[in-house]
Design a binder for this molecule. Structure first.
Ligand code: TPU
Ligand code: MG
Length: 564
């Protein structure tokens, strides 16, 4: 059997650790899909539409380190590109692979189906260039290896998505075989001089401060610096907080961990410690309007050091070409056995009294948000990943105390409602051994609901908490109007539709605490498919954090144009 361009691509995907790729079929990619099916150890997983396909690959990348989605030209790829924008925003190497017109048609003046009706097919590549770190068009077998490798290598190095389009008549053309995986996996090492000087500068900075704190940002995972941050926290002994979007990126049972720093909606006591601190070391943060609570809590100035994945600046000097983890490990080593900088954790324990556990509600009383959140946090184990959708689900998830090893996935930078359903599907495909729990609002669910059918198809025992509060409550808090009401659905009833003749998904309704507890029990026992529990709560029953945060974000949105 001839070795083909499609085989080359498939083997490279397998070499970088993919066991699955997500796909929606179309005539521009059918031959390519045939080639990919022939790769040992690389499963083809299907999605209902290309937006979901992109988000599934994004969720897969969260669990697995990288993901891939294969779609058809234009009608497919343009939908998937929204999810690719999300992967860019969220720092995830997702490879979008699109079938493309026959190489003979490029530049021929022919008008093809599925295109915008002009003979120039370059528009998709041009759009993809803006949303990826590398975008290539493969129109001959000879150039395929170099182009495919460039896209994959760049995505892995930069932790950003890449785009590969392959002309439909080239996918099955004979091709060279790939060499060792290191050609696409090898990282560019840190510049040792830059690391050494950054470590020196940071050591001086910390020595000169009495009350340092560590702030863990959402890019710390992409930087591969989560473990190095723990080692540094051990060495310094100071207080450590996570930013909202970095929930779960630092162990919450660590002795230095104080909670979420998020301005006015920080965990109790955390804002005070940050206000008191004279040295904030922010590791791979993203300071945007959401994370700064409408620009009301933006750590900056001379008491703040901001370190990014490949760059650190300390007191006006930029240290480039570093890996954050190398700098953190260098700093940990340099700190050695010097006295701990633990004033901030000591003070935190003085001002903060742990709250009493929330008492269970009367099991027959109508379900309220607090009871729902209490019961959901009860299903978290060290092997759980909680995926929380845009909406009050964010705030509920962020307030939960995570057992060691539990993870949370949020999409706070892109914030596409509906992301979580396909992302959960992708995550569950990658991590069948973990307990996967999704918390999603009714409004968000309506965008991408059909992907639950793929969980049914693959018998994934995902636990879905569908919060039916009859609308876009997060938007109600930011700016209300009739556009925030949604048509009610029989969400639990949908499971029958998705099951059809052979599925084992379970759809349950909870209108009281007692019903919710029973539904959770049934859901945990169902290993043959997803369980969707529709939790009915009042339209304005939300966290107080959502209300405070929403008001501040609305204020930031409402700033009048400045006079020039
Ligand atoms: O818990 P809750 O009610 O806040 O969540 P739900 O019901 O999922 O409502 C989410 C409401 C929402 C909207 C409509 N949050 N952000 N948006 C704006 C928005 C619109 N379209 C996309 C693709 N993403 C968005 N974030
Ligand atoms: Mg809602």
């Amino acid at each position: 059997m001839a070795y083909t361009v499609g085989h080359y691509l498939g083997d490279r995907l397998a070499q970088i650790g993919l066991k699955d790729h997500f796909a929606v079929a179309g005539d521009y990619n059918l031959v390519l899909l045939d080639q990919l099916l022939e790769i040992d150890g690389l499963r083809q997983v299907y999605c209902c539409n290309e937006l979901n396909c992109g988000f599934s690959a994004e969720g897969y990348a969260r669990a697995n380190g990288a993901g891939a989605a294969v779609v058809t030209f234009s009608v497919g790829a343009l939908s998937a590109l929204n999810a690719i924008g999300g992967a860019y925003a969220e720092n995830l190497p997702v490879i979008l692979i699109s079938g493309a017109p026959n190489s003979n048609d490029h530049g021929s003046g022919h008008i093809l189906h599925h295109t915008i009706g002009t003979p120039d097919y370059s528009y998709q590549l041009e759009i993809a260039k803006r949303l990826t770190c590398a975008a290539v068009s493969v129109t001959s077998a000879e150039e395929a290896p170099a182009l495919i490798d460039h896209a994959i290598r760049t995505a892995l190095r930069e932790k950003k998505p890449a785009y590969i389009e392959i002309a439909c008549n080239v996918a099955a053309q004979p091709c060279m075989r790939p060499g060792p995986a290191s050609a696409v996996l090898a990282e560019v090492p840190s510049d040792p001089a830059s690391v050494a000087q950054a470590v020196e500068a940071l050591t001086r900075f910390i020595e000169s401060r009495k009350k340092p704190v560590l702030l863990i940002g959402s890019r710390v995972r992409a930087a591969g610096a989560e473990d190095a941050a723990i080692r540094l926290a051990d060495a310094l002994g100071c207080a450590v907080a996570t930013m909202a979007a970095a929930k779960g990126f630092f162990p919450e049972d660590h002795p230095g961990y104080v909670g979420t720093f998020w301005g006015d909606v920080s965990s109790p006591g955390v804002r005070q410690i940050f206000d008191w601190s004279d040295g904030i070391i922010a590791l791979a943060p993203v300071f945007n309007d959401y994370s700064t609570v409408g620009w009301t809590a933006w750590p900056r100035g001379e008491n703040v050091v901001v370190a990014d994945g490949r760059h650190v600046s300390v007191e006006g000097v930029a240290y480039d070409d570093i890996h954050l983890r190398d700098v953190l490990d260098g700093l940990t080593k340099a700190w050695g056995t010097r006295p701990k900088k633990d004033t901030t954790i000591t003070e935190f324990h003085r001002i903060h009294r742990p709250a009493a556990p929330v008492a269970a509600a009367d099991p027959s009383a109508p379900l309220v948000r607090a009871e729902m959140a209490r019961q959901i946090s009860g299903v978290l184990t060290p092997r759980t990943t909680l995926i929380a959708e845009t909406g009050d689900s964010w705030f509920n998830a962020i307030q939960m105390k995570l057992p060691h090893g539990a993870r949370v996935e949020l999409e706070m930078q892109w914030g596409h409602i509906g992301w979580s359903v396909p992302a959960t599907f992708g995550y569950a495909v990658a991590e069948p051994e973990r307990r996967i729990v999704l918390m999603v609002g009714d409004g968000s669910f309506q965008l991408t609901a059909q992907e639950v059918a793929q969980m049914v198809r693959l018998k994934l025992p995902v636990l879905i908490f569908l919060v039916n509060n009859r609308g876009y409550t997060i938007e109600v808090q930011i700016h209300d109007g009739p556009y925030n009401n949604v048509k009610n659905w029989d969400y639990a009833g949908l499971m029958e539709v998705f099951n059809a003749e052979d599925g084992r998904g379970l759809g349950l309704k909870a209108t009281t605490g007692g019903e919710l507890a029973q539904a959770i029990e049934k859901g945990l026992a169902n290993r043959e498919g997803p369980t969707l529990i529709e939790c009915t709560i009042d339209r304005d029953d939300c966290t107080s954090d959502l209300i405070s945060w929403g008001r501040r974000v609305a204020n930031a949105n409402a700033r009048p144009p400045e006079e020039r």
